[in-house]
Design a protein around this ligand. Structure first.
Ligand SMILES: Nc1ncnc2c1ncn2[C@@H]1O[C@H](COP(=O)(O)OP(=O)(O)O)[C@@H](O)[C@H]1O
Ligand SMILES: [Mg+2]
Length: 462
């Protein structure tokens, strides 16, 4: 039973129930039939006996009495015997050839002698089968003067039952057939999705996440919900797998580009077609770029790992931002950008100072990179409810509305070659959003194309 499939288990249970119910129903019907029918026969014989007793009591054993006995015997199955001596019944009379067979037992004869009616069902050698016997005493002036003995072979009693039995068997088979059909539907309804899920799970284990359970479409019950969760699971696994593949392709591509530049320029210098100092400076630039890329990737891998632990220290937010701005003064000055600061110095956040600094650096780097020349970049620190809020706005090229949701994705750049020229890896915002997420904060970006971009961060305060 342990290794049986659910289908086998359910079906064996259904068959066991069907067999039990059928046997029970047949036995019950037979029992009730026997009871009712035999009781009815006894009543019939008893009433006929009573009538004869009345005739006997009024007129004695006259012609009419014997005529009535004859009538009773005319009905094919019934035998009615009259005897003047009840003892004869006990001795086997009136069925002489079977004189040694007693129609009634000694005890029953005693009952008869005491004036009681005796009912019996027993094997009888004369009739060669079971008979139903009813013996009634006859009285003359309150003296026992004789006895009437009705006997009815029981095969005759059961004969109608056999007819009924056929109908019963037929209807029972129809019901069983119906039950089996209904159960088949129900079992399939329950088991098919489970089998489908098992198949899909096996495929998933092999790395194929494309299978979906379709047999439960529009089902709202538990199986339907289970199948839906299963489908959601395989969809998200499929997405994860797709992302992983995409990421791997992106990484290879991002690594290959600087490498092929370096190889190309090295060959050019070697063959004397490129000026060595120019070639070397490009090779150095690409090597730096490669280093940045590898560092960023390493950062991301660390941040996405479950085991990465952030420091949790009080940070004077304004101080930290101010220090980052100082690092970028030169770059900003190159583009003649105004940096406008509005920093609430009382805001103390809690978190990892190196990581928060990395976020501000990434954001400020973008703002300066994508700002129009001679515009203003403004940085604000304030409070928004119980949280610290950092807002960084630039007046620059902005981000198209439909690309806004994508900029936090790894390697996503609105304009690949432009970003590359400016040394971007496409990982800055992905890293920033991971860090903020790990701090339990939020990061949002709004933008107007050609006008400018605003990034808002909220973090918990101490
Ligand atoms: N302040 C901004 N103004 C305009 N575009 C931006 C800004 N910040 C980010 N972006 C867009 O989002 C992309 C992703 O940013 P990021 O992850 O920092 O990558 P990177 O700066 O290396 O290109 C950028 O390539 C750029 O297209
Ligand atoms: Mg960037």
């Amino acid at each position: 039973m342990k290794n049986w499939s659910i289908k086998a288990k359910v079906w064996s249970a259904i068959f066991a129930i069907i067999v039990a119910v059928s046997v029970g129903a047949l036995a019950m019907t037979f029992f009730l039939y026997e009871r009712l029918y035999i009781d009815k026969q006894i009543d019939r014989l008893f009433m006929e006996g009573q009538e004869l007793r009345t005739v006997y009591a009024e007129h004695g054993a006259n012609d009419y009495f014997f005529e009535r006995i004859q009538w009773a015997n005319d009905s094919k199955e019934l035998t009615l015997t009259y005897t003047e001596d009840p003892m004869q019944l006990g001795s086997g009379s009136p069925f002489e050839p079977f004189a040694n067979e007693h129609l009634i037992t000694f005890d029953e004869r005693q009952q008869l002698l005491e004036g009681e009616t005796v009912v019996m069902i027993r094997e009888n050698a004369y009739f060669e089968q079971k008979i139903l016997g009813v013996a009634l005493p006859l009285f003359d002036n309150e003296q026992l003067a004789g006895a009437l003995f009705f006997s009815l072979p029981l095969s005759d009693v059961y004969e109608p039952f056999l007819n009924v039995g056929k109908i019963l068997l037929l209807s029972l088979s129809t019901i069983i057939l119906l039950i089996i059909l209904i159960c088949k539907k129900v079992v399939n309804h329950v088991v098919t999705p489970l089998t489908d899920m098992k198949e899909a799970a096996i495929q998933m284990a092999k790395g194929d996440f494309s299978l979906r359970i379709s047999s439960t479409r529009s089902r709202k019950d538990e199986i339907g919900q289970l199948a839906e969760s299963f489908n959601t699971l395989s969809s998200s696994l499929e997405r994860v797998e797709e992302k992983r593949r995409e990421f791997l392709a992106d990484v290879s591509h991002e690594l290959r580009t600087p490498l092929s530049y370096m190889k190309g320029y090295a060959e050019g210098v070697e063959e004397g077609v490129i000026d060595p100092s120019k070639g070397l400076s490009i090779i150095q630039k690409e090597a730096n770029r490669l280093e940045r890329l590898v560092n960023d990737l390493l950062d991301l891998a660390q941040l996405e790992g479950e085991s990465y632990v952030m420091k949790d220290e009080p940070i004077a937010f304004a101080q930290l931002v101010y220090e980052v701005v100082e690092q970028f003064r030169y770059l900003a000055a190159q583009k003649r950008l105004q940096v406008h600061l509005d920093l609430d110095e009382d805001v103390i956040i809690s978190g990892d100072p190196d990581r928060i600094e990395q976020v501000i650096r990434n954001l400020l780097d973008n703002a300066i990179k994508y700002a129009h020349e001679e515009t203003t970049i403004s940085l604000t620190i304030g409070r928004e409810g119980s949280r610290a809020q950092f807002i960084l706005s630039d007046q620059g090229i902005g981000i198209p509305e439909d690309k806004l949701a994508l900029v936090f994705e790894r390697f996503y750049r609105v304009n690949k070659s432009r970003s590359r020229k400016k040394g971007g890896t496409g990982l800055g915002l992905a890293i920033a959003s991971q860090i903020i997420k790990k701090h339990g904060g939020t990061i949002d970006i709004t933008s107007q194309e050609l006008k400018g971009t605003t990034v808002t961060i909220t973090l918990k305060t101490l």
